[in-house]
Write a protein that binds this ligand. Structure first.
Ligand SMILES: [Zn+2]
Length: 258
């Protein structure tokens, strides 16, 4: 067992002890709460980041829910779904690289249809390559695709496919890590170690800038970027309690009815 695995084991054990003590004897009182799985959280866990070639690094600031493994962006989107009552409508939803906690929310909702998909994750409903999917045109009302496109070499094909399978009048919620204004990519950077150095993670192929909006527009979407933390308008207490202080830019991509 390496150091990172050991640290993860200890953190998991600690949070489980705290969770059980709360459930059984009511103490200690949790300071934190996860809106994705609706559970109290004693302590958040740090993210283990893939730095390439089988190596990983433990991030300093703890961000992950010990129960459902949600990150800030997942917790923010859970709150967004609730605020705008999105799941109270009869929708066909496609969820890429499904986050466990969010998947539970979608599956429990009274919606028309829900499918998870990914090329590599186990236990998804449909194994699909986002650049050439088998879904028919105009198949989904809502597509949630978070932290996927930065892994995809041909993101132009992926965006075009997302547009194709979205129903007119529907929306794709696209989220990627964004730094600065201009997207940085270089197809000659191939090794995981180099990709970590240049793009921040061993399996990322670029770092998007805010100019991702132009790429999405070129695929056909009407794009509205928004800061989801600002949009939710939370109090400082709520942000602290749910550990969601990071600003995350989301792209709401609409396919107009023609
Ligand atoms: Zn959770």
């Amino acid at each position: 067992m390496n150091t990172v695995q050991f640290q993860r084991k200890v953190l998991r054990a600690l949070s489980q002890c705290a969770f059980l003590s709360e459930k059984l004897i009511g103490i200690p009182k949790s300071r934190y709460y996860c809106p994705t799985c609706s559970q109290n959280v004693f302590s958040w866990q740090p993210l283990v980041r893939d730095i390439g070639d089988g190596h990983s690094k433990l991030e300093k600031s703890p961000r992950i829910c010990p129960h459902c493994k949600s990150l800030e962006r997942t917790r923010l989107f859970s709150l967004y779904l609730a605020k705008y009552r999105i799941l109270e409508t009869q929708l066909d939803i496609l969820h890429f690289a499904p986050e466990k906690g969010l998947e539970s929310i979608f599956r429990a909702a009274n919606i028309k249809g829900y499918l998870t998909t990914d090329l590599f994750m186990p236990n998804v409903d449909k194994v699909e390559d986002i650049t050439k999917m088998s879904f028919p045109d105009n198949a989904f009302d809502l597509i949630y695709c978070s932290n996927v496109l930065e892994h995809i070499e041909d993101d132009k094909a992926a965006m075009s496919e997302l547009y194709r399978i979205l129903r007119p009048g529907g929306q794709a919620i696209i989220q990627v890590p964004i730094i600065g204004e201009t997207t940085y990519e270089d197809p000659n950077i191939r090794s995981e170690t180099e990709r970590y150095k240049h793009f921040g993670q061993g399996d990322h192929v670029r770092v998007y800038g805010t100019d991702i909006e132009e790429r999405l527009t070129s695929a056909g979407f009407d794009v509205s970027p928004f800061d989801i933390l600002d949009e939710l308008d939370l109090t400082e207490f709520e942000k602290d309690r749910m550990n969601i202080k990071r600003h995350e830019l989301i792209h709401r991509c609409l396919k107009q009815s023609r």
